[in-house]
Design a protein around this ligand. Sequence first.
Ligand code: ZN
Ligand code: ZN
Length: 282
Amino acid sequence: MKVRFCGVRGSTPAPGAEFVRVGGHTSCIALAHRAEDWTLALDAGTGIRRITNRLEGRAFAGSLLLTHLHWDHVQGLPFFSAGDRDDARVRVYMPEQSGPDGRTHEPADVLARAMSPPHFPIGPDGLRGDWTFESIKPGSRRLEDFDVVAFEVPHKGGRTFGYRISDGHASIAYIPDHLPDAASTPAIARECDGVDLLVHDSQFLEPERTVADLYGHATVDDAIDLAARCGARRLALFHHAPARSDDDIDAIARGAIDQGAGKGVEVFVAREEWLIDFGTSG
Ligand SMILES: [Zn+2]
Ligand SMILES: [Zn+2]
């Protein structure tokens, strides 16, 4: 399995000279079994445009798993050129959404609330190629020759899933947005048990705890605690606050690396274009 970080910011993109080393695109990760054969995308933040670059002129043929529908996880969708062409095949999966009456909403309709006129020139049905939109519940499924487990994650303002993905050789857990609470943490730690890599919400720091709670996010300490609890080999600090400069994030990394080492976790800062190659399952 190969894991490519295509966008590592939370909330809103962060362009500018002070963000170039970490990168400014919002959340998106690409997975492949073989070099540059990116068939599974996690979230469709603005970083999804990097998958188009990586495919070097080829159309995307694969699946796109959304953790939730917040802007920083879907706004790249209409700009995903490798998926928006006649020869593309894109299977979109998102957490099932229901209204106050308990009725389940059509996934394309949910997306269309943010992506349709007058907010945007086209709706999801205006994307070229073979697109399908499917609501999913927590549980296991096989997508693009990966084993995928979806599980509930507390966040704010919309149902949110985390995903565990394995190719039978290596496994990662992806939890970009997470407001940890005592009730759900044991179950989430079980879902992430022994993963090779945990990619986790690290938007805030302990002194910002009040804001983290208000916005539905985790702190760096929360991420390290979860990684230690589930026995993750490595932790990627992810979903960086848009105002954090490269220097700010370097400073956060220095403290977090030591803190993680004390708990047996190897901590990294997720940076755009970072590639982790776990090798092949065969
Ligand atoms: Zn987010
Ligand atoms: Zn969110």
